[in-house]
Ligand binder design. Structure first.
Ligand SMILES: [Zn+2]
Length: 335
């Protein structure tokens, strides 16, 4: 597919340790020849943080692992951008066999906390609630959480030698519930938190990427994962315009009005499709026709294990996750 934008990116999860070599080969022999020049690596807490070993997640990457990933990216002029989830997605369930990802759940259940809330239960917005919907959130009024999160950002950007970090902030359903957070509107709460992390990242010369769904109202016609039904969308007018928005849409729509909304509000964006080829084509086509110069590029999402995807696309192995086959087929056909 011919794309008019200079950045062609893909989200890959941090590889499991026994699949690191497959993922390195995948970057070198599959992604680079197809012109990918950015990898956003979904790390979450899956790095062996030196300053905060208490937050290590499942099978964390070592410093040496990251340097190997950096080497193959540098060789191929690919920008490697670390990614965390720094509001929601603080808990979930592992697939069996695990791909290293904690997946959200659409039922009210007790689930597994990821590194930050496991180590610091007081940072949990619902610390007294055992069963929750989808995934837990960080308490955005917690000064302690902000301090630890900024230290994690610093270490991850140092290790990845990165001038850019993706801080997630998608699918936040459980923020703004505690007595302290209820003193502010959801839009203020979310924008204050993101702006303060962005200021921290800017001070060290970095750029911030976030997902755009909390900045869009369900009045746009998007579903409640791709947009917000609790008022957080007013944050779009409060956020610093130097934050790059990753505008993700996975369903098929007649129009993708977010492309125009972000242009009108003065944001640079990346468009982020997923596994359904028809939806991807429609979204890309809409974005091409509505580009006011504000689209930096495409950021293809995957959400299967990077090793799973690598072994499917390099060796034709069957994917372990239910969606891996479709994700791989769409990548094959589109790029
Ligand atoms: Zn709170």
């Amino acid at each position: 597919m011919e794309l008019p934008w200079k950045t062609k990116g893909i989200v890959l999860t941090a590889p499991l340790s026994d699949e690191l070599d497959d993922v390195i080969k995948f970057i070198d022999e599959y992604l680079a020849p197809r012109g990918f020049n950015m990898i956003v690596m979904q790390v979450r807490y899956r790095y062996q943080f030196k300053r905060h070993p208490e937050v290590w997640g499942y099978d964390p990457l070592s410093l040496e692992d990251v340097k190997k990933l950096l080497d193959v990216c540098r060789k191929n002029n690919i920008k490697l951008v670390p990614k965390m989830n720094l509001i929601g997605h603080q808990s979930g369930f592992h697939n069996e066999p695990t791909d290293g990802i904690l997946h959200g759940h659409n039922q009210v259940l007790p689930d597994t906390k990821d590194g930050l809330l496991r180590a610091y239960p007081d940072f949990d917005e619902q610390k007294d609630t055992r069963e929750i919907l989808y995934s837990r959130s960080i308490c955005l009024s917690s000064i302690g959480a902000r301090t630890v999160v900024c230290e994690l950002i610093d270490e991850l950007m140092d290790v990845f030698e990165a001038d850019m970090i993706h801080i997630g902030c998608d699918e936040v359903f459980n923020a703004g519930l505690c007595p302290e957070c209820l003193k502010k509107s959801r839009a203020e709460l979310i924008s204050d938190w993101i702006n303060s992390l962005n200021e921290h990242i800017k001070k060290r010369g970095g750029k911030t990427l976030i997902w755009g769904d909390r900045l869009l109202s369900t009045d746009t016609g998007y579903n409640r994962w791709e947009s917000s039904d609790n008022g957080s969308d007013s944050a779009i007018d409060m956020l610093s315009k130097d934050i790059i928005i990753c505008d993700w849409h996975y369903d098929k729509y007649e129009k993708y009005p977010s492309v125009d909304i972000f242009a009108n509000k003065g944001f640079k964006i990346m468009i982020s499709p997923w596994r359904d080829k028809e939806s991807l084509d429609d979204f890309v086509s809409y974005a091409k026709n509505h580009d006011t110069g504000h689209i930096n590029g495409i950021l293809m999402t995957t959400w299967c294990g990077s090793g799973d995807l690598a072994k499917r696309l390099l060796y034709g192995e069957n994917g372990r996750w239910i969606h891996t086959e479709q994700i791989a087929a769409t990548i094959e056909k589109s790029f």
